[in-house]
Design a binder for this molecule. Structure first.
Ligand SMILES: [Fe+2]
Ligand SMILES: [Fe+2]
Length: 471
């Protein structure tokens, strides 16, 4: 389905035929643009960035590239094509015809799922707003801005649902999305990982690798919603998300490679001696962001997750491809809880463990990424292995948040934690060191010392292509 670019709001949802909705979105649009101006990327507003824009929702060949100013980016509303005879994939109504309208009894549960997802989109733009100023290369600056404009488009995708299907309440929620701010004490974003500062490029790459990957899994589960417009919206967002994950994964890989190379040439074998980032520090950043992202999946045992599943609003990962039971009315599973100072198994209804199931799928995906990093390190002659910490490590939400665990998942005392914390998470001096390396490299072909060049440029262009044209 091609996208209508003649409209102020590019779309493939026939917005032109729905005057009421068009009016509502057109009144939200100037506030969105103000938000972008106020809290979007700092600087670069007059520069032309080599960005991709969606032109159709067909898989493959859906985007085109060109130099554009970010403020003139064509944010639009794109749904993946409708699947013929689509059915509710899970829950009590599994197998019924999927809903094109919001079922009355599920309205508030569905709205809160959409608002929670929507809130993360502008939050990440806010968290990353200063990073352009310390970009390690023009190639990386472009990647950052691509992520930023697409996260802002994801906000549009969610606001379309709120305006189109939730009336007055939906419009109020859409306004509130522009009022909260990442990290703001009085009006913070809804989820804690989206209030954490992201002020250096290791954090940016960890964010796009681990936090955007949480996005992949949340969108994947919402793509299995019985509410068809949400499913179609999420399916298209996933095509954009893949590139964000690529940027994060390859970014960390490039830092790791460089670290190994610099260790080889430094007389003391220390990359820091050569202006690089040592692998133990990189490991600590991965520990920090991975743990924050695990929290995003919610409590191990959760009545909300049970409700969303039984109502058919949110499925499991690839629900439609899961063999067998899609109702899960009586299935049970076990989770580990801390009881009398030790871990012990607890049997719970499967429906109440949906968060944990999705978190486990996420961990498997992260593990594959870490293995690719380690192959890259091996190819550079390093025997350092990056490892994912256990899912109980440094959790601030859920069953494990009241206790301390080491990176292997062993229960440890408060005293041990305090003693070891700086070995496992970035210390203030690690953070200061990393920040001291963050300096802009904004001439074509230049690359900061602490990161390897990418193997290829973007969209077939050379690595030293002018990805950002200075005004
Ligand atoms: Fe997103
Ligand atoms: Fe993303």
């Amino acid at each position: 389905m091609n996208i209508d670019y003649s409209s102020v709001i590019p779309n493939n949802v026939s917005l032109g035929n729905d005057r009421k909705l068009m009016r509502a979105l057109m009144s939200w649009r100037p506030r969105f643009l103000d938000w972008w101006d106020e809290i979007g990327p700092v600087g670069f507003d007059q520069d032309e960035i080599y960005l991709r824009t969606a032109v159709s929702t067909e898989p493959g060949g859906w985007s085109r590239f060109g130099h554009v100013r970010m403020s003139e980016y064509r944010w639009g509303i794109f749904l993946a094509d409708r699947v013929q005879d689509r059915r509710v994939p899970c829950g009590d109504d599994a197998g019924e015809t999927a809903w094109q309208e919001v079922p009355g009894d599920r309205r508030s549960a569905l709205q809160s799922l959409i608002v929670t997802q929507a809130d993360t989109e502008p939050a990440s733009v806010e968290q990353q707003r200063r990073l352009g100023q310390t970009a390690p290369s023009l190639y990386d600056a472009r990647n950052l801005f691509q992520v930023n404009v697409e996260e802002a488009r994801h906000l549009w995708a969610m606001v379309y649902l709120l305006h189109g299907y939730f009336g007055r309440d939906g419009r109020d929620q859409a306004d509130a999305l522009l009022e909260r701010r990442a990290g703001d004490e009085n009006r913070p974003r809804l989820l804690e990982a989206f209030n954490q500062p992201c002020e250096d490029w290791i954090s940016f790459f960890c964010f796009t690798c681990f936090t955007d990957r949480d996005g992949k899994f949340q969108l994947g589960a919402l793509a299995e919603s019985g509410f068809d417009p949400l499913s179609r919206s999420c399916r298209f967002m996933l095509t954009e998300e893949a590139h964000h994950l690529f940027i994060g994964e390859r970014g960390i890989e490039r830092i790791a490679r460089r670290s190994a190379q610099l260790a080889n040439i430094d007389p003391n074998g220390d990359p820091r001696g050569q202006g690089g980032i040592d692998l133990p520090t990189l490991q600590k950043y991965c520990n920090y962001w991975f743990a924050y992202c695990l929290d995003l999946f919610g409590s191990e045992e959760s009545s909300n997750s049970s409700r969303a599943f039984s109502m058919g609003l949110k499925g499991r990962w690839k629900e439609s491809q899961v063999e067998g039971d899609h109702v899960c009315a009586s299935a049970r599973t076990t989770i580990l809880e801390v009881k009398n100072g030790a871990l012990s198994e607890k049997t719970v209804p499967l429906r109440r463990a949906m968060n944990e199931l999705l978190r486990d799928e996420y961990i498997i995906d992260c593990q594959r990424v870490v293995e690719r990093w380690n192959s890259a390190l091996e190819a550079e002659g390093s025997d350092f292995e990056i490892r994912l910490p256990n899912k109980r490590f440094y959790r601030r939400q859920g069953l494990y948040s009241q206790h301390h665990f080491d990176p292997d998942g062993n229960l440890i005392s408060e005293e041990d934690w305090v003693q070891q914390e700086d070995n496992w998470l970035p210390s203030q001096s690690d953070r200061d060191y990393v920040l001291s390396l963050m300096k802009p490299n904004l001439t074509p072909g230049k690359m900061a010392q602490w990161i390897s060049p990418p193997r290829r440029g973007t969209n077939g262009k050379a690595v030293d292509f002018e990805y950002v044209r200075k005004a």
